[in-house]
Design a protein around this ligand. Sequence first.
Ligand code: ZN
Length: 125
Amino acid sequence: MEAVRVKALRCPACGGNLELDQQNPNIETCQQCQAKYTIQWNRSSETGQEEALLKPLPKRIAYEPVPEVKKKKSGWEPYGWKRGVALVIAFFVIMGAMYGPKIYQRYQMDHGGAAVEETVEDEAR
Ligand SMILES: [Zn+2]
């Protein structure tokens, strides 16, 4: 982009008033279109007057921090609570599938099976 020479501090794009940036004294901001310019004062060799040399700043390097958009937590993040609960439930489901039948068999031997043993003992007498 070409630098624009202006005598008054006016926005070359829209003619609005330029004001010094509060946080960066080398940057002028147009009050009308929010365009930013770096400013350089040059003494003209012809007229001997100060001239402001304005260079338009690309908007993408504007210093304003982009407000961070905070996503609402769904709970399914890597350490989200829903995922944690789902993992615990999955753990018990797998443990139940693996050991459930064995526990049931053991229960049958201790309780249901006891009656069978009694009858066997009765027959032996
Ligand atoms: Zn402007």
